[in-house]
Design a protein around this ligand. Structure first.
Ligand code: MF3
Ligand code: CO
Ligand code: CO
Length: 248
């Protein structure tokens, strides 16, 4: 069942999602060669506390981190720890906060220092695919229109869409209906209605689409070791235009 939020619930969602966006942006600006991923996790812990929220990730199905930090061939769910970020790495940061009963969820991938042209293309296309998906989040469209728009941008650029992880409805729970695959057919699936709140989040690989999960039972990596990027916004479906809740 897809939960439709009232106007006041949308404003609560905007509050927590803007907090989450500020955290995402602060973390992205910290990324530099020499930084350990745990330093990002610790910064997040403090900033979330100062904002009066709690991490939506910590303890979720036993997840041990405050945020997710995934480097290079790591797709999603990297756990902050002793790994050092190096020059030329691409770093995906996924953040989630619970505040006054609602959840915010947003992610970005940034480079550390100078990155290769191939990696820059990966970041640009993944971001463009998210924007194309968001543009379809308008009442009367179908869920498959979002999925198809993302897939088209990615595959037209010669990159691949991860299938094992999907976007999702979000609200009082981090993962509500519907699931939002980053691939699919236009004109299929549930009709979108104003007040639906969706976390749209393409995960895109340079090489094969397939991913594996490491022995830590969390970190997803590409099967061929190619690099991967992840961008995520939480959006309210609008009557005539999408309403992006995770803007700073
Ligand atoms: N924020 C992720 C998503 O976009 C989920 C993180 S799972 C966790 O859906 F276990 F790390 F919290
Ligand atoms: Co997320
Ligand atoms: Co999400």
């Amino acid at each position: 069942m897809i939960i439709i939020k009232s106007a006041s619930e949308i404003e609560s969602m905007r509050r927590v999602n803007q907090m989450t966006a500020r955290l995402r942006t602060a973390l992205a600006e910290m990324v530099r060669p020499g930084l350990a991923t745990l330093e990002l996790g610790n910064f997040a812990k403090n900033m979330i506390r100062e904002m009066g929220g709690v991490s939506a990730f910590y303890g979720y199905h036993g997840y041990p981190g405050q945020i997710c930090v995934s480097i290079n061939d790591e797709v999603v769910h990297g756990i902050p720890g002793g790994r050092i970020i190096h020059e030329g790495d691409i770093v995906s940061i996924d953040t989630g906060i619970t505040f006054e009963g609602f959840i915010g969820d947003t992610a970005v991938t940034v480079g550390a220092g100078e990155i290769s042209a191939e990696d820059q293309h990966l970041l640009d296309i993944t971001k463009a695919s998210l924007d194309a998906g968001i543009a379809m989040a308008v009442e009367g469209n179908r869920l498959g229109d979002i999925s198809h728009a993302i897939q088209t941008v990615v595959e037209d650029a010669g990159l691949t869409v991860v299938r094992e992880f999907v976007g999702h409805g979000i609200g009082r729970s981090m993962h509500e209906d519907p699931q939002i695959p980053n691939f699919g057919k236009p004109g299929r699936g549930p009709v979108l209605k104003a007040g639906m709140t969706l976390a749209i989040e393409p995960m895109v690989n340079i090489g094969v689409a397939k991913v594996n999960v490491l022995d830590d039972n969390w970190t997803a990596v590409t099967a061929d070791g190619s690099n991967s990027a992840h961008f995520e916004h939480t959006v309210a479906v609008g009557k005539t235009a999408p309403d992006i809740l995770t803007l700073v």
